[in-house]
Design a protein around this ligand. Structure first.
Ligand SMILES: *[C@@H]1O[C@H](CO)[C@@H](O)[C@H](O)[C@H]1NC(C)=O
Ligand SMILES: *[C@@H]1O[C@H](CO)[C@@H](O)[C@H](O)[C@H]1NC(C)=O
Ligand SMILES: *[C@@H]1O[C@H](CO)[C@@H](O)[C@H](O)[C@H]1NC(C)=O
Ligand SMILES: *[C@@H]1O[C@H](CO)[C@@H](O)[C@H](O)[C@H]1NC(C)=O
Ligand SMILES: *[C@@H]1O[C@H](CO)[C@@H](O)[C@H](O)[C@H]1NC(C)=O
Length: 427
């Protein structure tokens, strides 16, 4: 009985528990602070001892950032609260809203990588160097957006240390591909005019108003609008992103935060192509998959042992969608949260997410080159090409089967018929 007591004591002192429900912090969709994905039951975490990883291709999302589209909602909330300062001071408030008496201080830097994000990337660089001590490169490639460039730099500091001064940092705009495999949507005009927001908005119209009413009851005398309530919901993840804690997270129930998570999932499921008509997402993701197969198979005879690349949540979700790895059998429902779903950005693309492809060979366990996907620290089973019992046990595939399962992608080309139909404004 001694050990469990110590355990409980530690729990009650841990800051996450003091400030809210720590498990909830992992389930804030694409705006979750980084956390490893859970291991899949029945799938081995490690490869057999006789295997050696000889090539690694990494695509890393930028770390925690300040708000972008969320910014105006949070600013609106701050203004409402400022205007009601006198009422708030004289009104009795429940314990989890007492912080409003001191005033809620907003100090978020929009869009940019935060200090927390900087640490996420540095730590991942260190962990990567420990995990793959024999692999190196002298080039790092990223999306040109500043928070991504910054992320690649802090990862490099962790991975290379002072040798970073001799590393070449490129952005996709320095490469002359007509379609970037990291930011393929930039070449597809229809993607930017595409509206994946409908399902998410429909869902928001359903779950946010009851929360606004609840806040109205808890803080009588001021009118907290639906938009202010969205601001309060967003303040939770963006305070976490900026200063590692937020008084707002504690204002919402687990269920309410799950509803926020689902809103982001509906949005990203639309963006990456599972819910949308016309399948732009899988088409765009094919450019990454094609590049991946070219590198894994060394088709051009100049493949490197290590690729370090940096992009966005969409950069990772598109190829997962193309390969059919995170697709639900029924499209996500904009009216209610399904009991189970495969598409889960909290696990697939939190801030500082990493998609790591390993090519490995073994003395006995497997014959010929094999492939494994490690997504946010956990083996993501490649069920699309697993054939044997050992494949299933390790979540892996032979390289041949992997290439065969992804033939669609190798046949996609810029300005071919499917590209023109999906992407061209006149198509
Ligand atoms: C790195 O290379 C050394 C020497 O070839 C080898 O002994 C070691 O097992 C390798 N480490 C990994 C993690 O592959
Ligand atoms: C960077 O490269 C230069 C030239 O090769 C070398 O003199 C220097 O020591 C390198 N810096 C580090 C930190 O390795
Ligand atoms: C809140 O809204 C009601 C109805 O629109 C209005 O009568 C009241 O004055 C508002 N209260 C504040 C504090 O703005
Ligand atoms: C709420 O925010 C949305 C998006 O910014 C805006 O279009 C809408 O007009 C706002 N609603 C109100 C009542 O201010
Ligand atoms: C790709 O093939 C070339 C030429 O055979 C070889 O030098 C290089 O090491 C290979 N790259 C990888 C990552 O296997």
């Amino acid at each position: 009985m001694y050990l469990p007591l110590v355990h409980l004591l530690q729990l009650s002192l841990s800051p996450n528990v003091l400030h809210g429900q720590s498990e909830d912090y992992k389930n804030l969709a694409t705006v979750s602070p980084y956390h490893d994905a859970p291991n899949v039951p029945g799938v081995s975490v490690d490869l057999p001892d006789d295997c050696t990883v000889d090539q690694v291709i990494m695509l890393h999302r930028h770390g925690s950032r300040g708000p972008v589209s969320e910014q105006n909602f949070i600013l609106g909330l701050v203004e409402t609260l400022d205007n009601a300062r006198d009422i708030i001071r004289s009104t009795p408030l429940p314990p989890n809203l007492q912080f409003l008496k001191q005033g809620y201080e907003y100090q978020l830097a929009p869009q940019e990588l935060t200090i927390v994000g900087r640490r996420e990337l540095f730590d991942h660089g260190v962990e990567f160097a420990l995990r793959y001590p024999n692999l190196s490169t002298d080039v790092v490639v990223s999306s040109p957006i500043q928070r991504v460039v910054d992320s690649s730099y802090f990862f490099a500091q962790g991975f290379f240390g002072l040798k970073t001064e001799n590393i070449t940092f490129r952005t996709v705009t320095d490469l002359d591909d007509p379609v970037s495999w990291i930011t393929p949507w930039k070449s597809c005009p229809k993607f930017s005019t595409h509206q994946p927001h409908q399902a998410a908005s429909r869902w928001a119209a359903k779950y946010v108003p009851p929360i606004a009413q609840k806040l109205g009851r808890l803080v009588p005398g001021i009118n907290i609008s639906v938009n202010d309530t969205r601001g309060a919901l967003y303040a939770c993840p963006f305070d976490l992103a900026t200063r590692n804690q937020s008084p707002w997270c504690n204002v919402f129930s687990t269920r309410e935060l799950q509803n926020l998570e689902y809103e982001y999932d509906l949005l990203m499921d639309g963006v990456s192509g599972h819910a949308s008509r016309g399948d732009i997402g899988p088409l765009l993701g094919a450019f990454y998959v094609k590049k991946l197969i070219e590198r894994l198979t060394n088709g051009t005879r100049d493949a490197e042992p290590l690729y370090l690349e940096f992009g966005h949540d969409t950069s990772i979700l598109l190829p997962l969608s193309t390969m059919g790895l995170n697709k639900d059998s029924l499209p996500l429902n904009p009216d209610r949260v399904p009991v189970h779903r495969v598409f889960r950005t909290s696990q697939q693309t939190p801030f500082a997410a990493s998609m790591v492809w390993e090519r490995f060979t073994c003395k006995k366990s497997f014959e010929g080159p094999q492939v494994r996907l490690v997504l946010n620290g956990a083996t993501f089973p490649l069920f699309i090409c697993a054939k044997s019992k050992v494949d299933k046990r390790y979540g892996t595939c032979s390289l041949d089967e992997f290439a065969r399962a992804n033939e669609y992608s190798t046949h996609v080309h810029y300005k071919d018929e499917s590209w023109n139909t999906a992407c061209d404004i006149d198509g």
